[in-house]
Design a binder for this molecule. Structure first.
Ligand SMILES: C[S@@+](CC[C@H](N)C(=O)[O-])C[C@H]1O[C@@H](n2cnc3c(N)ncnc32)[C@H](O)[C@@H]1O
Length: 291
């Protein structure tokens, strides 16, 4: 196993734990934070009525940082692919938009997330949604078969973002579109980047908006733009990191996983929040494959 696989394994172990515990991540305060009800994550991400009537489990286990499909123009009959589909919230939102003549495919590497998403899809009664196991750097999807690629707070977690961007370009049909909500950061200090917990919490592995957009263009995508930005202030940062950090013990690597780095010290939440506030933004990227 190389370093990149080790990062993916560590992230996957983190999300196995997170979905079992039902805690939030990626900028969303945990469901068990005082005064924060379950389901807050989805509301915070801007779903509005899009989640009405969906299985509660999918909404409560939303780990995203936006609503990639809001105002996206998905039509009945379209094929939508969700990278890092988690417990399935965006699969279900997409399934409603594409209707019975369309198709939705989710790809995730974490067994517990895949199981959860399949159960939520079954409960919602959608026959045209499929969840495949795989990594977003090597998608188990045929080239040129997808109208829309969406993703919600996942690509920041990839140790090989250029591979992911190239895969997006590969699987899209000519003229196909991408809508991705994700975390971008500016000027993160080395000690934040070195934290395994902050990497898995969608902070440490994030790149700047300019780097993200440049990566999409390098992959051959066009009309790359940021259509929405939501900067996180200090309290917001504290809320979401607090949802991950309490489990940190000096004797573990920070996410209950087997890390090659070995033990990491507990994080000082106030220090992290004051360091990150103003440098972290949930952004929504749009792009298109040339026709
Ligand atoms: C922050 S959660 C987001 C889940 C979902 N998109 C949502 O909005 O609730 C990240 C998800 O991406 C998956 N993931 C992270 N890196 C991945 C990779 N390289 N390949 C496949 N799945 C990945 C994790 O297993 C997890 O389910």
């Amino acid at each position: 196993m190389d370093d990149k696989d080790q990062v993916r394994k560590s992230v996957s172990e983190f999300y196995t734990k997170a979905v079992k515990a039902g805690t939030g991540c990626c900028g969303v305060p945990a469901a068990d934070e005082p005064a924060i009800a379950k389901g807050f994550a989805a509301q915070f991400a801007g779903y509005g009525d899009d989640t009405a009537g969906l299985p509660a489990d999918a909404v409560e286990n939303s780990f995203g940082c936006g609503n990639p499909l809001a105002f996206a123009g998905v039509r009945p009959g379209d094929v939508v692919l969700d990278l890092g589909s988690g417990a399935g919230i965006d699969l279900l939102v997409a399934a409603r938009k594409v209707g019975p003549t369309g198709r939705v495919i989710g790809v995730d590497m974490t067994d517990e997330m895949i199981d959860r998403a399949r159960a939520n899809v079954a409960q919602a009664g959608f026959a045209n949604v499929e969840v495949r196991k795989g990594i977003i750097e090597d998608l188990p999807v045929e080239s040129g078969t997808v109208d829309w690629v969406i993703s919600n707070c996942v690509i920041n977690l990839s140790p090989e973002k250029d591979r992911v961007f190239a895969e997006i370009a590969r699987v899209l049909k000519p003229g196909g579109r991408m809508r991705v909500s994700d975390i971008v950061v500016e000027d993160l200090p080395g000690w934040v980047r070195a934290s395994v917990a902050l990497y898995a919490s969608c902070v440490g592995g994030a790149v700047s908006e300019a780097e993200y957009a440049a990566g999409l263009r390098r992959a051959g995508l066009i009309d790359v733009e940021v259509v929405e930005r939501f900067p996180y202030g200090e309290e917001m940062v504290k809320g979401f990191i607090a949802s991950e950090v309490p489990g940190l013990e000096p004797s573990t690597c920070g996410c209950g996983c087997s890390c090659s780095e070995g033990p990491q010290p507990p994080l000082d939440l106030d220090a992290v929040a004051s360091e990150i506030a103003g440098k972290i933004v949930s952004s929504k990227f749009a792009a298109r494959k040339p026709a």
